[in-house]
Design a protein around this ligand. Structure first.
Ligand code: XMP
Length: 323
C-alpha cells in the first residue's frame, strides 16, 4: 500500500543502487520539488551529495535563508551557496522588456550554476557522475516520458577538464504527484515554509517589477510582498489562494497625501488568484478586511508606495504574472 514511509524506503534503496560510491550534484531553487528530491538523495547517500543554490538576488524576503539555514538544518546536506546578486543586477541594468529579462536571468543562471558544478568536479573525491532533478510524474507525462542525461560544457577559463561532461540523472520523484511530494517532504523533516510553498516563478521578483530591476526597487517590493504574505497567512488564506503575486509598477507614480505632505509614489498591485493548475485562474474574492490590512500596512511601512490596487482580472485574459 502507498505510504510515504514505503516511498522513502524504496527510493533510498534505488538511489543507493544507482549512485553507488560516486558523487551527485543537486541544484536547489528554493521550490518544493528540488528540496524534497535533495532531501531524499541526502538520506540515501549523505555526504556523496553536494547541493548548489544560486542566489540571484531576486528571491522574496527570507527565502534564501530558508535554504541556507532551514534546509541544511533539516537534512544535514552539503550546500554550496553562490551569491550572484551583483552579477544579475548588472546583467539586468537598463532592461525593461519582460522576455528580455527572462532570457537574461535564465542565461546568467545557467552560467553561474555550471561554474559551480565545475568547481565541485575539481574537488578531491569520487567521480561526480549524477545530477539530481525534482522531476514529477506530471512533468514526465507532459514531456512524453523517458529518462535522460544532462551535459555541461566546460568554460574556456577552466583548464584540465574534458570538453563535455555527461551526468546521469537521478529523479527520485518521477512517480509522484505534487501533494505526494509535499507529504514525503514533511516526513523527511522539511519545514512547512519549504514544503507548503506556493508556486513562485524562476525569474523571481525580476518579473514582478514592471520596469527596470534595481536593488532599491527589489528591496521595496520584498517588503511589500512580505507584508502581503504575512497577512494572508495570518488570515488562514494560504490554501484557498493558489498564489498572490505582489507587483511593483516602478514606472508609474500617482499623487497621494501622507502625514502632512503631498507624496508622489508608486502603486503596488495585489494579484490573488485561485487555480487548479495555473493554466486558467480566477481572481480570488478575498475578504475586504484582509485587503484593508494589507493596504494600510504596505502604505504605512513601505517608503515610496502610496497606493495599493487589486487586480480583478481572470486568466484568460490576464496571465497570473504581470510580465
Ligand atoms: P502565467 O503568468 O503565465 O503563470 O499565468 C503561470 C504560472 O507559471 C509561473 N511562471 C513562471 N515560472 N518561470 C517559472 O518557473 C517563469 O518564467 C514563469 N512565468 C510564470 C507563475 O508564477 C504561475 O504559477
Amino acid at each position: 500500500s502507498w505510504t510515504t514511509g514505503n516511498v522513502i524506503e524504496e527510493q533510498v534503496e534505488a538511489i543507493r543502487a544507482q549512485v553507488g560510491d560516486k558523487r551527485a550534484i543537486c541544484g536547489l531553487s528554493g521550490g518544493v520539488d528540488s528540496a524534497v528530491a535533495a532531501a531524499l538523495v541526502q538520506k540515501a547517500i549523505g555526504s556523496q551529495l553536494t547541493c548548489v543554490y544560486v542566489d540571484h538576488g531576486l528571491m522574496r524576503k527570507g527565502e534564501t535563508e530558508q535554504v541556507e539555514k532551514d534546509f541544511v538544518a533539516a537534512t544535514g546536506a552539503n550546500l554550496k551557496v553562490v551569491d550572484a546578486s551583483e552579477r544579475f543586477l548588472n546583467a539586468l541594468a537598463g532592461v525593461s522588456d519582460p522576455e528580455t529579462k527572462r532570457k537574461i536571468i535564465g542565461r546568467e543562471f545557467i552560467r553561474v550554476f555550471e561554474q559551480a558544478q565545475l568547481e565541485i568536479l575539481q574537488e578531491d573525491g569520487p567521480e561526480v557522475a549524477f545530477l539530481v532533478q525534482g522531476t514529477l510524474y506530471p512533468d514526465i507525462v507532459e514531456s512524453g516520458g523517458g529518462t535522460g542525461t544532462a551535459n555541461i560544457k566546460s568554460h574556456h577559463n577552466v583548464g584540465g577538464l574534458p570538453d563535455d561532461i555527461e551526468f546521469e540523472l537521478v529523479e527520485p520523484l518521477r512517480q509522484l504527484f505534487k501533494d505526494e511530494v509535499r507529504m514525503v517532504g514533511a516526513e523527511l523533516g522539511l519545514p512547512d515554509e519549504i514544503v507548503q510553498r506556493q508556486p513562485f516563478p524562476g525569474p523571481g521578483l525580476g518579473i514582478r517589477i514592471v520596469g527596470e530591476v534595481t536593488k532599491d526597487r527589489l528591496d521595496l517590493l520584498r517588503e511589500a510582498d512580505a507584508i502581503a504574505r504575512e497577512e494572508l497567512t495570518a488570515a488562514g488564506l494560504d490554501r484557498e489562494i493558489w498564489q498572490c503575486p505582489v507587483v511593483l509598477l516602478a514606472d508609474v507614480r500617482s499623487v497621494g497625501v501622507q502625514g502632512d505632505g503631498r507624496t508622489y509614489g508608486h502603486p503596488i498591485v495585489l494579484r490573488p488568484v485561485s487555480s487548479e493548475d495555473a493554466m486558467t485562474a480566477d481572481w480570488t474574492r478575498m475578504p475586504y478586511e484582509v485587503l484593508a490590512r494589507i493596504s494600510t500596512r504596505i502604505t504605512n511601512e513601505v517608503a515610496d508606495v502610496n497606493r495599493v490596487v487589486l487586480d480583478v482580472t481572470s486568466k484568460p485574459p490576464g496571465t497570473i504574472e504581470w510580465e
